[in-house]
Ligand binder design. Structure first.
Ligand code: NAP
Length: 488
């Protein structure tokens, strides 16, 4: 584990220079496993800093838009190599800053490098179409061009891979970027920008501004030069941004979820319990696609719940540097309070807490934001733990009599991010993929996880229903289309 006694101060990156905020104020990034461990000191930026960053991005745009795609790709590839070379150090920093296990942190850094490489290739062949027409002396085609300056605003739960999957397609298509990371995880975001800088990105093409959303959020969204905002975070913040941004600003919002897993009466119970534990409790339940509702057929409910408790009780809770730890701390105090609040709501609303749900405060746990994973049974669909996003290690088990009942409940929430069904019945599996209201649909797999090369996004209040992220379609958001008619 990396232990530093001297706390380093990190700067914004504007117009190719690392600079202090004009506010002369800073804030600390704190280790959620040990609040005495200060990971770094960061600039508490203000609107003047954002203004400067947007101006730098505007200035850099024309040249970057004209830069050969192969040159842009070379920078992404070099930045990927830098992340890979430094993966051990970066994973340690990520764990100290966010709390996830260092193995998960390492995988996240490597996935971010892979994402840069993926878009370096895919972005170079992203092009328009040609259209047959009746005029033998005319060619009709579409051309794609970059939008201009793009704001990138990201959360703390995947603090480098989410920025990578937004910044890489933005840059490869010729846009310039102003990037504001979560105030809980600015260090690993800084490392991504540093890698791009060390890879030779021209000044002003990527700009990095840290600071509270309450200080810098509005201008990042409402400044007239911002042509697009790509945001991942809570539905409340996403709705706010969507409303504030102007008619000519594109928005891409990846938001909250309340993801169900349906356990059918023919399900492999062992598999169902394993997938629930992995989907519901890995990353301490802090994945947007995390499993938070289990809708289980009554014939198998008892056996399933027993297995689920057995597997959950075997999970080791601790800091992300300990071997075998499966559940780390929650990422911040707000998260801890929110999870404990929902555990109380579950009890108040009449659900039965059959496992866990207590805050851990003894020994090393007292220094961090630890809570036992919680399993509730006797949950009814109207309860708050069955309807609202908790974003923590809390699973609500709802018993049903039929597949139809399960589907009605699965779809009766305002979210539609991810969903899974556990069954060996092919007909039911196909029916599920058709009827479920979710952007990511799985059969006999966890609700979590998505490929770099496949589209990702939600339905209903889990996303704006405009542009998908990831994969080839992830490039569409960052380009505009012109239809060109050439007579000759
Ligand atoms: P959050 O509070 O909404 O913050 C996300 C980011 O937006 C942070 O950088 C935050 O800055 C900034 N922000 C907040 N309000 C803003 C506003 N009004 N205007 C501009 N910027 C604003 O979310 P979080 O707690 O970091 O992350 C957890 C949420 O993210 C959960 O709801 C989860 O489901 C969702 N999520 C969704 C996906 C997906 O792909 N669908 C993936 C991961 C997470 P500060 O840090 O300075 O407040």
């Amino acid at each position: 584990m990396l232990l530093t006694t001297k706390v380093e101060t990190f700067h914004n990156f504007i117009g190719g220079k690392w600079i202090e905020s004009g506010s002369s104020k800073t804030f600390q990034s704190v280790n959620p496993a040990n609040q005495e461990d200060i990971v770094g000191v960061f600039q508490a930026s203000n609107e003047q800093d954002v203004q400067q960053a947007i101006e730098a991005a505007c200035q850099a745009f024309p040249k970057w838009a004209e830069t050969a795609p192969s040159k842009r790709a070379a920078i992404l590839n070099k930045a990927a190599a830098i992340l890979e070379e430094n993966v051990e150090k970066l994973a340690e920093e990520l764990t100290r800053e966010e709390g996830k296990h260092v193995t998960d942190a390492k995988n996240e850094v490597l996935r971010s490098a892979q994402t840069l490489r993926y878009y370096a290739v895919e972005g170079q062949s992203f092009t328009g179409e040609t259209f047959p027409n009746d005029d033998p002396n005319m060619k009709v085609s579409t051309e794609r061009e970059p939008l201009g300056v793009v704001s990138v605003i990201t959360p703390w739960n995947f603090p480098i891979s989410i920025p990578a999957r937004k910044i890489a397609p933005a840059l490869i298509t010729g846009n310039t970027v102003v990037f504001k990371p979560s105030s809980d995880t600015p260090l690993i975001a800084y490392r991504l920008v540093e890698a791009l800088h060390n890879a030779g990105i021209p000044e002003g093409v990527i700009n990095f501004v840290t600071g509270r959303a309450s200080e810098v959020g509005d201008l990042l969204v409402t400044h007239p030069a911002i042509r697009a905002v790509t945001f991942t975070g809570s539905t409340a913040a996403g709705e706010d941004i969507h409303k504030k941004s102007s008619f000519t600003t594109r928005t891409q919002m990846e938001l909250g979820g309340k993801n169900p897993i349906i356990v059918m009466d023919d399900a492999d119970i062992e598999l169902a319990a394993t997938l629930t534990v992995n989907g519901g409790f890995s990353l301490t339940g802090q994945a947007c696609t995390g499993t938070s509702r289990v809708i289980v057929l009554k014939e198998v409910k008892e056996a399933y719940v027993q297995k689920l408790i057995e597997k959950t009780s075997a999970l080791k809770i601790g800091n992300g540097f300990e071997d075998g730890v499966k559940i780390g701390p929650l990422a911040n105090e707000k998260q801890l309070k929110n999870v404990l609040k929902y555990i109380e709501y579950g009890k108040e609303d009449g659900a039965t807490l059959v496992y866990g749900g207590k805050q851990l405060t003894e020994g090393q746990y007292g220094q961090g934001f630890y809570v036992q994973p919680a399993i509730f049974t006797n949950v009814t669909p109207d309860m708050r733990i069955a309807k609202e996003e908790i974003f923590g290690p809390v699973v609500a088990v709802i018993e049903v009599g039929t597949y139809e009942e399960a589907m009605a409940i699965a779809n009766d929430v305002e979210y539609g991010l991810s969903a899974s069904i556990i069954t060996n019945n092919l007909k039911v599996a196909h029916q599920f993929t058709k009827e479920i209201q979710a952007g990511t649909v799985k059969v006999n797999r966890t609700t979590t996880g998505n490929l770099i090369n496949a589209p990702f996004g939600g339905l209903k209040k889990s996303s704006t229903s405009t542009f998908r992220e990831s994969g080839r379609v992830g490039l569409e958001f960052f380009t505009q289309v012109k239809t060109v008619y050439v007579g000759y």
